[in-house]
Design a protein around this ligand. Sequence first.
Ligand code: NAG
Ligand code: NAG
Ligand code: NAG
Ligand code: NAG
Length: 577
Amino acid sequence: MGAQLWVLAAPWAMLLLLLQLAGASHVVHRSLEAEAAPASVPASIVSPLLRTGYHFQPPMNWINDPNGPLYYKGWYHLFYQYNPKGAVWGNIVWAHSVSRDLINWIALEPAIKPDIPSDQYGCWSGSTTMLADGTPAILYTGIDRPNINYQVQNIAFPKNKSDPLLREWVKPGYNPIASPEPGMNATQFRDPTTAWYADGHWRMLVGGLKGDRRGVAYLYRSRDFKTWVRAKHPLHSALTGMWECPDFFPVQVSGQNGLDTSESGTKYVLKNSLDLTRYDYYTVGTYDNTTERYVPGNPDGDYHRLRYDYGNFYASKTFFDPVKRRRILLGWANESDSVTYDKAKGWAGIHAIPRKIWLDPSGKQLVQWPVEELEKLRGKPVSVSHKVVAPGEHFEVTGLGTYQADVEVSFEVSGLEKAEELDPAYAQDAEKLCGVKGADVRGGVGPFGLWVLASAGLEEKTAVFFRVFKGGSGQHVVLMCTDPTKSSLSPGLYKPTFAGFVDTDISSGKISLRSLVDRSVVESFGAGGKTCILSRVYPSIAIGKGAHLYVFNNGEAEIKVSQLTAWEMKKPLMNGA
Ligand SMILES: *[C@@H]1O[C@H](CO)[C@@H](O)[C@H](O)[C@H]1NC(C)=O
Ligand SMILES: *[C@@H]1O[C@H](CO)[C@@H](O)[C@H](O)[C@H]1NC(C)=O
Ligand SMILES: *[C@@H]1O[C@H](CO)[C@@H](O)[C@H](O)[C@H]1NC(C)=O
Ligand SMILES: *[C@H]1O[C@@H](CO)[C@H](O)[C@@H](O)[C@@H]1NC(C)=O
């Protein structure tokens, strides 16, 4: 209730409410409690207490990729892959939501639905581009024949450019604007990027697969945004399997500001979603606009090393926000329960909290941080400072509802000499390392961190933690890990440990962690956003008021919490849910 009052305090929220009352929302309200679950589905799974509160989602049904985010005449627009008919993938349309702040969302009618020959069997992912005269254009993948996912690229424009909500889109008769050519795999040709302009030409990428292993970013050029011609060679390719949802953009070498996709940068980022692993990998490199080639800075790490998120995060897309001159990353997180559970719940899929991204001063990787607007949802803070956690000890953070919270903590470790030796067998594989050195395996320096969504008796807990190792040549190696293996007593859940290394200098002993806890999601940012891990968990007793928050230290070295601040999070407007 408090949250509702809060959002209404904002003048624009009144407008949003009016829009919703006026029927702008296509969504059907229904009570999730009213659903009777099949006997095989644990009652907690269908409980509204496990439905995320402040992460993006429609009121019901299946969602996947974020599509075509953009800012237009005062509104942020987000389109997304959506099944209007159920909680499993299928019948995909471009659903459409708008927001003033990237946090409170209003659902509109779907923007793109199958209704022309070149998209009649599906309207799949794509992007928006702002043309020179201020017209936004959508490029997206259409499926044009039944029973075989033959993929072509289409274009759509707003019907009424004066409508800030961009409710209606028209598809010109010259669609499709790109079709598979001989030698290209027609079922592996999708997800056009935002186009960029240079030297009289627009350019855009389409993801593809050559042979059975080479992921490809096909490059297309156009003078008029209507006739597109494929360049002889792709912008880039690598032996990784199919590249879905490519994303290509310039970054500033210093500071946190972003660049418009058409501005030239000294450095560029090319991200691809690897269909084989179902994770998003990126490289930082250079782009030569005369040879039209992208060269990753670290060829060894070409699409194996850096991930936006080392957890459950896929098919992401960025856009440039001209209001705050920042680049924002949106990504999809699927469920980690079963299809039977999803059907019983009536919903599946959420989006991660929008993250501002920028290049780390090292130039080697990106840094990510939840958009500052999220902080408007914070309630009264609870703080702990200068608290020592002895080896094997833990303490509880009380005074707030921790099932829907934002937790920021700065740790100080001493006794780095107690760090365990890093087994070289795991030196390149954080995930395996976390698999053998989970939160309950006693260590030297760490594991230390948070137990979130934990039950009072600790039968259930999701651990988000760091663990420090001695690497070669006297360097320390920091592992960040989310361990959900004890997250739930419910059967039938997917509970992998997720982990990434953190490229930070731990010699000062300082490292920070932020965790966004939201009922069935834990989204964490290590060392100020250098390593991020999103995990979906479904506790059975650590739900609602039964959820507790602890700081733990399961290492031999003492840990100090220099500062911890936790906020209970309010519920924003979420598409009428
Ligand atoms: C276009 O949108 C504007 C702003 O919402 C509205 O005033 C106008 O009536 C619309 N025009 C048409 C033809 O629908
Ligand atoms: C296209 O790629 C798919 C997936 O790897 C493969 O099964 C199929 O045989 C390929 N088709 C052609 C014509 O190469
Ligand atoms: C091409 O790249 C160069 C070097 O980065 C840059 O100075 C130039 O502005 C770019 N040209 C265009 C048209 O963007
Ligand atoms: C999300 O669900 C898990 C468990 O079913 C799968 O293993 C992942 O591949 C899937 N992720 C994506 C991006 O589809």
